[in-house]
Design a protein around this ligand. Structure first.
Ligand SMILES: Nc1ncnc2c1ncn2[C@@H]1O[C@H](COP(=O)(O)OP(=O)(O)OP(=O)(O)O)[C@@H](O)[C@H]1O
Ligand SMILES: [Mg+2]
Length: 274
């Protein structure tokens, strides 16, 4: 097999047979398999996004169709910001993509009946919301798990498992989890994107507008809850709580910047989003 293994043998990219092999822990595998199959049904029905086919599986491996283009939304954003002084056209394109990613997550959360039958495993975060705000979650909706094919103009959603911040799979809980996770990962600063927060806010707002277009929800309550949820459960806060080891140097600087930008954004959403 002409296959390329990644450094920790978690995946095999088998180009010859157009397959992608993934080796999740046994605890995660069943949950990822079940959620992926249901999500595939929804993606076929809605036509708004794509989920790679599960070709086969064993007790320790999932085999997916290999996507020809697996550019993540993160990579697409980085590429676009490089051409920033971005042309007006580029900016229109990327805004539209983020709006559409919002539509996709809204579609997932508001067509939740497709997941019925998958055993609910609650995300264990204490947050006071209406029962209607508890939904089946993607769980790891980061900008690396959303892929964008520029040629097909197609959004794919992969990796239907729980964030590695947690030790056991959960697939049900506050809608704000997927939103917060996406926004937190998008706010992560690298050196090349150190100054691009204005653009990030514009894109996050597009994402949220897309989300709301698909969701029957009171906008004031939504922004209030989301602001508070981001404040309490952003990935930086959770990671800091779970890992006591200190990061230092440049990494710490980037981390602090990401977190402080995110927290001030969460305050603004709470006060004036809509
Ligand atoms: N069906 C696919 N076809 C092509 N590439 C894929 C496919 N699924 C995943 N990939 C690529 O492999 C990477 C890892 O896959 P995935 O996100 O499912 O695993 P993971 O264990 O969560 O890894 P990570 O921790 O890096 O997110 C993805 O970021 C993507 O670039
Ligand atoms: Mg992933």
């Amino acid at each position: 097999m002409s296959a390329k293994k990644n450094h920790n043998n978690k995946f095999i990219f088998d180009k010859e047979n157009k397959l992608f092999h993934k080796f999740p822990s046994q605890l995660m595998l069943k949950s990822e398999l079940e959620m992926t199959l249901k999500a595939k049904e929804l993606s076929d029905r809605s036509g708004l996004f794509y989920v790679p086919n599960v070709v086969d599986y064993t007790k320790d491996k999932l085999i997916f169709e290999l996507l020809a283009c697996n550019t993540s939304l993160r990579a697409y954003f980085l590429k676009s910001t490089k051409t920033f002084s971005m042309s007006k056209d580029n900016l229109v394109d990327i805004r539209k993509v983020f709006f559409n990613v919002g539509l996709v997550l809204g579609e997932i959360h508001s067509n939740n009946q497709v997941f019925l039958g998958v055993k609910k495993k609650y995300l264990d975060l204490e947050f006071n919301i209406n029962e209607g705000d508890n939904v089946y979650l993607h769980g790891d909706f980061s900008i690396s798990n959303v892929l964008y094919d520029v040629n097909l103009k197609r959004i794919s959603v992969i990796d239907w498992s729980l964030s590695q911040l947690f030790s056991s799979p959960a697939n049900y809980g506050p809608r704000y989890w997927d939103l917060t996770f996406f926004i937190s990962t998008f706010f992560y600063a690298s050196l090349s994107t150190y100054y691009s927060y204005k653009l990030r806010e514009i894109l996050v707002r597009e994402f949220l507008l897309g989300y709301l277009e698909k969701t029957q929800i009171d906008r004031n309550i939504f922004s209030n809850n989301l602001g508070q949820f981001i404040y309490q459960f952003n990935t930086y806060e959770l990671y800091d709580k779970m890992n006591n080891e200190k990061v230092s140097g440049l990494k710490s600087l980037l981390w602090q910047r990401s977190k402080s930008k995110l927290l001030s954004f969460s305050k603004r959403i709470e006060q004036d989003f809509l």
